[in-house]
Design a protein around this ligand. Structure first.
Ligand code: AMP
Ligand code: FE
Ligand code: FE
Ligand code: ZN
Length: 288
């Protein structure tokens, strides 16, 4: 069983449409793939309709959070997408991305970069707009060679010259909302130090006490020593550990299934979830 529990589509900052994502996941030999777009579930319908035979889709989202000034991401799996409290918070975060993108464009204009809202909006399409879309615009304009090169202090990294904060949820509130919607909460890439400051272990311990289900351990942004320590911490705090690609299509270098999750952990996630069930492809298109 090959299980990849963290992937993005054009519903946020990935480059595969939701249908392409599930087809590519099957083609990559995955048995289970999770759709975890930033702060939105709008890719669900298309992904569910396109799940190929032999693949199981786990619906989810990656919620933007902040604790003590440190941004972090919380993966939410198999929650009820219509549960009103979590839905309202998701929309608040997603909608605030628009004025925030305008703010980053204004800063870039002040820095002499002729990026426009029209350009960024074209790149984002109907996905929840984020820094990777602005970064793609910078690549188009020849300001930086790759999307990754835009995530520096000169441009869009946390605290960078053109960075603007967005509304982000308190992680304890996120855990409460996810559990309230029948979902499972997993702290995404908690040791991704290259992205900026990370959340201290003492805060992870408090989150575990507040109902956090797991932490993502095997991830491209974690050094081997970081993974080893996170696995140890998960043992101490009785947290599940996952592994995943954080696939973004061509907007990041990682490939589907680059890291995977243990089938037993996946089974436990599905047992804990009460808000939604995984969707298995039937092969015959829709089954009525
Ligand atoms: P935002 O949610 O708009 O603040 O943008 C955060 C997103 O930017 C993350 O989810 C990643 O997709 C992307 N990102 C963050 N750091 C990097 C990096 N160093 N290289 C490429 N993409 C990054
Ligand atoms: Fe992203
Ligand atoms: Fe993330
Ligand atoms: Zn992600």
């Amino acid at each position: 069983m090959r299980i990849d529990l963290h992937c993005h589509s054009t519903a946020s900052d990935g480059t595969d449409t939701p249908a392409e994502l599930v087809r590519n996941a099957a083609a990559a030999g995955l048995d289970v793939v999770a759709l975890t777009d930033h702060d939105t579930t709008r890719g669900y319908a298309e992904a569910i309709a396109a799940v190929p035979e032999g693949l199981t889709l786990v619906t989810g989202a990656e919620l933007s959070c902040r604790i003590d000034g440190v941004s972090m991401h919380m993966l939410a799996y198999l929650f009820d997408p219509e549960e009103p409290e979590l839905l309202a918070e998701r929309e608040l975060v997603r909608d605030d991305r628009v004025p925030r993108a305008h703010g980053m464009i204004a800063k870039l204009n002040e820095l002499g970069v002729p990026v426009t809202w029209e350009q960024v909006a074209r790149i984002a399409g109907d996905g929840s707009v984020g820094r990777p879309h602005v970064a793609t615009a910078l690549v188009e304009l020849g300001v930086v060679p790759t999307v990754g090169d835009a995530f520096t202090a000169d441009w869009l990294a946390d605290g960078g010259r053109a960075f603007v904060e967005k509304h982000e949820t308190d992680p304890f509130e996120a855990i409460r909302l996810i559990k309230g919607a029948g979902g499972v909460a997993v702290f995404a890439h908690p040791g991704a130090a290259k992205r900026g400051r990370t959340v201290p272990e003492s805060a992870i311990a408090k989150m575990a006490a507040a109902g956090l289900d797991g932490i993502e351990v095997d991830h491209m942004d974690h050094e081997p020593e970081t993974r080893a320590r996170l696995r140890e911490l998960a043992g101490e705090l009785e947290l599940l550990t996952t592994g995943s690609s954080d696939y973004h299509g061509s907007r990041k270098t990682c490939v589907l299934g680059e890291y995977t999750t243990d089938p037993e952990v996946y089974g436990e996630i599905t047992r804990r979830a009460t808000g939604a069930s995984p969707v298995s492809g039937t092969g015959g298109g829709h089954s009525f």
